[in-house]
Ligand binder design. Structure first.
Ligand code: TXA
Ligand code: MG
Length: 315
């Protein structure tokens, strides 16, 4: 069922059930993070391997001290500036966070989502919500309630409809237990904005492999069922088969009579991020043999969008 009944969602979550929640990045599949059985059902519904840890969602960063310890001063600077917002901070966990949430790690990922309905829900609960993106494992993340309904609607009792996700790609993840801090996943907050706030450069550890010993991002991810070919330039591609589709960006000259969707005619990286996953889903449903797309300029959210396109193009 889809609706906006926060009281109903709250009751289901208290009973240990799973509810889909809107956020400004993507929709999440939420459960009581302190209830191991509830968390296990999140993994089961998504068909997600248990070595891939979950982010916990809180109503504000002040409550992070209940679930984490040794928070460095610079993490407070980031939180003050960017939370609520598309930022996740990795911190040392307290004993009250079960290891099923962190895949056995002593560190837990914390996020305060910027969405009125979900913040209202989080304030009503006396536990954090563990929530991965609400898509079957490996598929494109959802940015609309209808995306969740289509794929997981029969497996969960309730989906909160909070409209389209404003940012459209997942949160940027920063490990605050290293010095300087380390970026683990590119996302909805541009690197430059983070470094400007911190007054120093970040380290990078963006994994390209799926090593269960080092939980992180898996290489193949965000994948449409239709093969996706990522090019430096669309004009590199010699069209022989007409049954292809193009995901374009900016004011690009495109071959005629080919299905195409433009991520942002004005070449705006934020607009492209917002449109990315929905456009990929539309082209995936168009029954073409191949989707071609070219890399975006690496500035702003372009780098995070390219990261998703690279993973989506891995066979
Ligand atoms: O924007 C977002 O972050 C969305 C919304 C729903 O909040 N959530 C999201 O969750 O993208 P998910 O499960 O699709 O991605 C979580 C990723 C993991 O794959 C892993 O890379 C990292 O966060 N992560 C979570 N907990 C971690 C931990 N304890 N140690 C290292 N990495 C962790
Ligand atoms: Mg995900």
């Amino acid at each position: 069922m889809i609706g906006q009944d926060i009281q109903k969602a709250s009751e289901l979550l208290r009973k240990g059930l799973v509810v889909a929640i809107p956020t400004e990045t993507v929709y999440g599949l939420a459960a009581n993070a302190l209830n191991e059985d509830a968390v296990l059902s999140v993994f089961a519904i998504k068909n997600r391997p248990q070595f891939d840890p979950l982010i916990i969602h809180l109503p504000d960063f002040d409550s992070a001290s209940k679930y984490t310890h040794s928070i460095p001063q610079k993490a407070f600077f980031l939180a003050k500036r960017f939370m609520p917002g598309p930022l996740t901070l990795l911190l040392y966990k307290n004993d009250n966070i079960p290891y099923i949430v962190t895949s056995g790690s002593d560190k837990v990922a914390i996020r305060v989502p910027k969405h009125t309905l979900t913040l209202e829900l989080l304030k009503d609960l006396d536990f954090p919500l563990a929530a991965p993106s609400a898509n079957p494992f490996g598929y494109i993340s959802p940015t609309k309630a209808a995306h969740v309904e289509k794929q997981l609607g029969e497996k969960i009792p309730y989906i909160i409809d909070g409209g389209d996700s404003e940012i459209g790609i997942e949160s940027t993840i920063i490990d605050c237990t290293t010095s300087p801090f380390t970026i683990l996943r590119l996302g909805g907050l541009a690197i430059k904005d983070l470094e400007d706030c911190l007054g120093e450069k970040l380290q990078f550890n963006i994994t390209q492999n799926s090593n269960p010993e080092a939980p992180g991002q898996l290489d193949k991810h965000y994948s449409p069922r239709t093969p996706l070919l990522l090019l430096e330039s669309i004009s590199d591609y010699k069209i022989t088969n007409q049954n292809i589709a193009i995901l374009s960006f900016g004011n690009q000259a495109l071959p005629e009579n080919i299905l195409s969707i433009n991520l942002s005619v004005l070449a705006d990286d934020k607009e492209a991020a917002k449109n990315l996953f929905h456009s990929m889903r539309l082209l995936d449903e168009a029954k073409v043999d191949l989707i071609i797309v070219q890399k975006l300029p690496n500035k702003g959210l372009g780098a995070a969008i390219n990261d998703r396109l690279i993973r989506a193009s891995i066979k």
